[in-house]
Design a protein around this ligand. Structure first.
Ligand code: AMP
Ligand code: GLY
Length: 450
């Protein structure tokens, strides 16, 4: 059955929603992002039932966890067929970069499933830095100047580095678990890193090709679009805090917290973002016949009031999702249906005007080595209407929830402003505990007046 929305002007139409009450949904992933998505999908009038593969103990509050390997396409296919799944929502990038969308499209039994996530070609925006840079160049999208090198052009690369201004940014072309970007502050370091990446395969296949780019000095933010390939909607913007230490010091992590809205993302700045970056990206995808129905994550940097693209991702961010999704008021499954059907032009985004902040609690030692398996207490606390607890690296054993990763859980709170929201999350963190718990107390610091 094709569920067309063409005659339905608004999603808030309750009678319309009543008509479409059953959608069997499979969500792929297991982190805090997926817990937040499961929370939101579960609120949809369409959802019945929701499965999460593999999920975590948190996602099982909102659906049924299924023990599936999300890189095993045959297993996903068999599950979708046996459970009559009607919609698949992909959280992480890996299955998309490996072509899960194409796998669905070319399989007769799966092609009618509402698949949320780009084709393999679209996912190359994240899966290949060189592809993303060339795409931006072709479509005149502002980004740092660059060159790409392989072992064949290694000597030329070394020469290029020696003449480059400092600092120099080196990027492994392929996926490198978030570790493939190295910012070098002198030539010795840059050449050594370049050699490690290309000649010593530091990141395996991923660093056989290396992008060398200019360093852009500014403040970063994350902007998310949901596109059907020709139309798009913008979700609330966010800023994440990548470094382990308060005041943005120390090693990079997967993200220690996030805030939304971002105060410097004024209407004037966001207008530039849309005109110079979002529209040319969506138009570029369409012009180049790249099938893209899903989220585009624009990692941007504000350089003296002008936005530049640092990176694209083909998915939502983590922990940004844990603040973006709680602020989105639309029925998310309705948005996904419109995405699949190419009808996002009929949608009006509604956003909760309150600020949202999430604070990530991690394991002692993270992002270096850490121990797992500590019992987490306080998860059953009543966090009230202002706060939400999302689990990330957790597992359940004998009825207990244990730590099972570097980033363990996060608490998102709403507030009239960032300060109020972060203070609520920090208060709530007093109720949860596990051995070695660590979190940053300063998320959103630069937006708080003292
Ligand atoms: P990525 O893995 O692409 O998200 O890059 C990791 C981080 O490196 C980004 O979030 C930025 O903080 C930094 N970065 C990447 N490219 C640049 C650049 N051209 N100039 C300055 N910082 C950069
Ligand atoms: N928070 C950055 C990311 O998800 O890649």
């Amino acid at each position: 059955m094709v569920r067309s929305l063409s005659n339905v002007p608004i999603f808030a139409n309750e009678i319309f929603n009543q008509l479409y009450k059953n959608m069997r949904i499979l969500l792929l992933g297991s982190g805090g992002r997926e817990h937040a998505l499961a929370w939101k999908i579960n609120q949809s009038v369409w959802t019945n039932p929701l499965y999460i593969a593999p999920g975590n103990p948190g996602t099982s509050q909102f659906g049924i966890n299924v023990n599936l390997d999300i890189t095993d396409f045959e297993a996903i296919s068999a599950f979708c067929i046996s459970e009559k799944i009607e919609m698949v929502v992909v959280g992480p990038e890996e299955p998309l970069v490996n072509g899960l969308c194409d796998f669905f499209q070319t399989n007769e039994a799966l092609r009618k499933i509402y698949f949320v996530g780009p084709s393999r070609e679209g996912a190359r925006l994240e899966g290949s830095k060189a592809f993303a840079k060339a795409f931006m160049e072709r479509n005149h999208i502002p980004t740092a100047g660059y060159r790409e090198f392989t072992s064949e052009t290694y000597e030329e690369g070394v020469k290029y580095l020696q003449e480059h201004s400092l600092p120099i940014v080196l990027k492994a072309d392929g996926l490198a678990a978030g570790k493939g970007v190295v910012i070098c502050h002198n030539y010795l370091e840059a050449i050594a890193e370049f050699e490690l990446m290309i000649q010593q395969s530091k990141f395996g296949e991923a660093s056989k090709k290396v992008v060398v780019e200019e360093f852009l000095d500014g403040i970063e933010l994350s902007v998310f679009a949901l596109t059907d390939g020709k139309n798009y909607i913008l979700l609330p913007e966010a800023k994440d805090y990548k470094q382990i230490g308060e005041g943005d010091i120390g090693l990079n992590t997967g993200g220690m917290g996030a805030v939304s809205p971002v105060p410097f993302a004024t209407p004037g700045f966001m207008h530039k973002v849309e005109e110079r970056i979002i529209k040319p990206t969506i138009n570029g995808l369409q012009k180049e016949n790249i099938d893209y129905r899903g989220f585009v994550f624009f990692g941007l940097i504000n350089v003296k009031g002008d936005p530049f693209v640092i990176e694209y991702n083909c998915r939502l961010g983590d922990p940004e999702t844990e603040v973006v999704i709680p602020r989105l008021e639309n029925d998310i499954v309705g948005l996904f249906v419109a995405t699949f059907n190419g009808e996002l032009d009929k949608v009006t985004v509604r956003v909760d005007p309150r600020a949202a902040v999430t604070v990530m609690a991690v394991s002692h030692g993270y992002p270096m080595g850490f121990e797992k398996g500590f019992e987490i207490t306080g998860l059953g606390e009543n966090f009230g209407k202002e706060s939400l607890l999302f689990q990330a690296g957790t597992k359940e054993e004998n009825g207990k929830v244990l730590t099972n990763g570097g980033r363990v859980l996060c608490i998102t709170s709403y507030g009239k402003d960032i300060e109020e929201a972060v203070n609520t999350s920090l208060d709530m963190l007093n109720y949860v505990n596990y051995e070695g718990i660590y979190y940053r107390g300063d998320i959103g610091y630069e937006f708080i007046k003292h």
